[in-house]
Ligand binder design. Structure first.
Ligand code: SPV
Ligand code: MG
Length: 303
C-alpha cells in the first residue's frame, strides 16, 4: 500500500494510533522495527542531530534531505514536521511538490512566523501568523498535491503562545474550513486539561493529533476516550541517544579504554544488519562477475 494511503488509514483508524520520532535514516529504521506504524520527522530532533537550534537554522532543503534518507530507509509513512512551511504559500507549494517526489506521506505546518522557535521556549513571546494568511497556506498545499492521499496537518499554536481556548478553536475551525486533513493542537501544560477541553469543543469529525511531551504522565487510554486520532512521541529517541552517547563518551574518556563498554553497546554485526548489508551481499552474488579470490600477502590473523 502507498505510504500516503497508509497514513490516511492511521488517521481514520477507530482506535488511537502512535507516531514515534526519528531524526535520521538509522533512527527511522529503529522506529519501524519496534512496530510503529508511522514516523514523526521531528524538527527539534533533526536540528539537534545536525548540531543546530530548532529555529530554522537548518535550511529547508537540508531538512528535506534528512527526511528523504528516513523515507528511503523505511516502509512506514512519515509525517514531516515542516515548521511554518519555510515562508509563505509559495514556499509551501514548492515544499509539497518536493515531499511528494521524495516519498513523504504527510506534512505538518504550524501557525507561527518564520523563523520559528520551539514551542517550549519563551512561548508567550512567539507571534502567531495571521489566521487568513495561514489558511491560504493550507489551501495552497491542498491545491498543489498530486496524490489525493497526501496529508496536510495544521498545527494550532494559540495555546502555546498564551492565547485563549476560543482563539485556538477559532483557528482550528478556520483551518478545517480551508481544507486541512487533521488538526494538531499543542499544549505545554503538565495536565491534559487544555487538550481535553479542546476536544470537547471540536465537533467537525476532522482528526486531532497531539504531542504529549509535557503532559506525558497521562495514560493513552484518556486520549483514546477523548477521541484523539494520533499521538506523537516527539523526541524520545533523540533524547535517549543523547543520554547513551554522553555516558559512553564519559566512560571511554575516564577509562582510556573501550573494553568495559564492548558488551554493552550494539555489535558491529547489528550495525551492518541495520544498514541492510545482507541485501548487498546477495545482490553482488547476482550481479557481479564471478572472479577468482584475490590473493594477497596479508599478515595471518589481520582482518
Ligand atoms: C518537534 O518535535 O519538533 C515538534 C514538537 O515540533 S515540539 O517540540 O513539542 O514543538
Ligand atoms: Mg518542531
Amino acid at each position: 500500500m502507498k505510504k500516503t494511503t497508509q497514513f490516511r488509514r492511521l488517521l481514520a483508524s477507530p482506535q488511537v494510533e502512535f507516531l514515534m520520532e526519528a531524526h535520521n535514516g538509522l533512527s527511522a529504521k529503529i522506529v519501524e522495527e519496534a512496530g510503529f506504524k508511522g514516523i514523526w520527522a521531528s524538527g527539534l530532533a533533526m536540528s539537534a542531530g545536525l548540531g543546530v537550534r530548532d529555529n530554522n537554522e537548518a535550511s529547508w532543503t537540508q531538512v528535506v534531505e534528512t527526511v528523504e534518507f528516513m523515507a528511503d530507509a523505511t516502509t512506514v509513512p512519515i509525517l514531516m514536521d515542516a515548521d511554518t512551511g519555510y515562508g509563505n504559500f509559495n514556499n509551501v507549494r514548492r515544499l509539497v511538490r518536493k515531499l511528494e517526489s521524495r516519498g513523504v506521506a504527510a506534512m505538518c505546518i504550524e501557525d507561527k512566523l518564520f523563523p520559528k522557535t520551539n514551542s517550549f521556549i519563551r512561548g508567550e513571546q512567539q507571534p502567531l501568523a495571521r489566521m487568513d494568511e495561514f489558511a491560504g497556506k493550507i489551501r495552497a498545499a491542498k491545491d498543489t498535491q498530486v496524490d489525493p492521499d497526501f496529508t496536510v496537518v495544521a498545527r494550532v499554536e494559540a495555546l502555546i503562545a498564551g492565547w485563549s481556548m476560543d482563539e485556538a478553536l477559532r483557528r482550528a475551525y478556520a483551518y478545517r474550513e480551508a481544507g486541512v486533513d487533521a488538526i494538531l493542537i499543542h499544549s505545554k501544560q503538565s495536565s491534559p486539561d487544555q487538550i481535553l477541553e479542546f476536544l470537547r469543543n471540536w465537533d467537525t469529525g476532522c482528526p486531532v493529533v497531539i504531542v504529549p511531551t509535557i503532559y506525558f504522565a497521562t495514560p493513552s487510554s484518556v486520549f483514546e476516550q477523548a477521541g484523539v486520532s494520533l499521538v506523537i512521541w516527539a523526541n524520545h529517541l533523540m533524547r535517549s541517544a543523547i543520554t547513551a552517547m554522553q555516558a559512553t563518551a564519559a566512560t571511554i574518556m575516564r577509562e582510556r579504554s573501550v573494553a568495559s563498554l564492548e558488551p554493552k553497546i550494539a555489535s558491529l554485526a547489528e550495525v551492518f544488519r541495520l544498514q541492510g548489508e545482507a541485501e548487498l551481499a546477495a545482490a553482488e552474488e547476482k550481479f557481479l562477475p564471478k572472479t577468482a579470490p584475490i590473493v594477497t600477502d596479508k599478515v595471518p590473523g589481520a582482518v
